[in-house]
Design a protein. Structure first.
Length: 395
């Protein structure tokens, strides 16, 4: 989708509208459908500035504030008008303005949200659309915010678990580069005048001569290697391949499957709680599953449409666990599948938290030993020639 900026006449006023569409013709057609007379339309320009991460529209905060205003008795239009008036960023004000323009034309809130796909995710739009049929929009917004809080908590937990290893690896690499490109060459210059060097001494002298002769080329190659690693780490394709290879490890694969299913059941519970039909909710929640689960989700959905119970269909296609299938069967007998899906997610959340804590306790000391061992080996190689020379002099 591309953002277009159009100058239009609406209600005898000339105003500027921003609209997202596949092309200019589609954008013009949508504006005409909204009873606007299009004066001009062009692709929204971008300032020629250095790349930066501009703050994104905070959808969870929007859900919370809108829900709070609805609980206070305001209508949806009044609540969004209030949010536009308090918007601190011009970009947020434009988003609220686009929503209001669509709703002034009589469109439902969910349709207005769907017109901004780059801002509002399909999950949020579907949750609002389902609540419009039940009349519990404020409750649906609260559920969505809680859902996002759970996801954000897990994301921060994973980031915290990886921060310490990243710092240790970066510090170890910096120390190693300092030793190899500064300390070892200077040490080798001292040993070079020795008449009979042991094997470790000759190794150090050879490395020192190589660094002195090609220091710039070696440092440039090291910089290019670091740049390539950073670029590869930011590439979605490379990341997905690395993650796919990592998830093949038996223990990690088990935790990955648990994480995927936890997100699936939490999403499903939120959509069912908002009043969405089960088949539609499963279809939408399946969109959050990795590509490797596509065949399983399609098969399970087809069997559920054919009348098979949800628990049996999920079990047949590997979309459940031993605990989850039993809880689903209890809910199918007594009702409250949305609540049970949330309980399943909470149960597996606790299991994932324990696994992550165990990983941190084991991996961090092992990583320290590895990094310390590599640095210690270089220092050991530095001192070995001295010890060997001292031994030969004593002999």
């Amino acid at each position: 989708m591309t953002t277009f900026e159009a100058r239009v006449v609406r209600d005898a006023r000339v105003c500027v509208e921003r609209i997202e569409a596949s092309d200019a013709a589609h954008a013009r057609a949508r504006l005409v459908d909204d009873d606007c007379q299009v004066v001009s339309i062009r692709r929204a320009g971008r300032a020629l500035t250095m790349p930066s991460r501009s703050p994104r529209f905070d959808v969870p905060l929007f859900a919370y504030e809108l829900g709070a205003l609805l609980d206070a008795g305001l209508t949806v239009v009044e609540a969004i008008e209030a949010l536009r008036e308090k918007a601190a960023r011009a970009a947020d004000g434009r988003i609220f303005g686009n929503l209001l323009n669509a709703m002034y034309d009589g469109l439902p809130c969910s349709v207005a949200l769907a017109r901004l796909p780059s801002t509002f995710p399909p999950l949020f739009v579907a949750s609002v659309a389902a609540s419009e049929h039940t009349g519990h929009l404020a409750a649906a917004l609260l559920r969505y915010r809680q859902y996002e809080q759970h996801v954000e908590t897990l994301r921060k937990r994973l980031q915290a678990a990886m921060t310490y290893p990243a710092i240790v690896i970066a510090a170890g690499a910096a120390i190693l580069v300092f030793l190899l490109f500064y300390v070892v060459p200077r040490f080798a210059a001292v040993l070079q005048s020795a008449p009979h060097l042991p094997a470790t001494g000759r190794l150090l002298v050879g490395w020192g001569a190589l660094v002195d002769a090609h220091r710039s080329a070696l440092l440039m190659g090291l910089g290019l290697m670091a740049t390539a690693l950073v670029y590869a780490g930011r590439s979605p394709d490379v990341r997905s391949r690395l993650m796919a290879a990592m998830w093949r490890l038996p223990r990690l694969r088990e935790h990955h499957e648990r994480f995927v299913l936890t997100r699936f059941y939490r999403t499903l519970g939120m959509l069912l709680g908002g009043g969405m039909p089960a088949v539609d909710a499963i279809a939408l929640a399946s969109g959050l599953l990795p590509a490797s689960y596509a065949h399983a989700s399609v098969g399970a959905l087809a069997q559920i449409r054919a009348g098979m119970p949800m628990s049996d269909a999920f079990l047949a296609h590997g979309l459940t666990t031993a605990v989850a299938v039993r809880l689903l069967r209890v809910a199918e007998r007594g009702g409250g599948i949305d609540t049970m899906c949330e309980r399943i997610a909470q149960f597996h959340d606790a299991s994932l938290a324990r696994a992550l804590d165990t990983f941190s306790r084991v991996f961090e000391p092992v990583l320290m030993l590895i990094v310390g061992g590599v640095i210690g080996l270089v220092v050991f190689l530095l001192y070995m020639p001295i010890f060997e020379l001292a031994g030969s002099l004593q002999g």
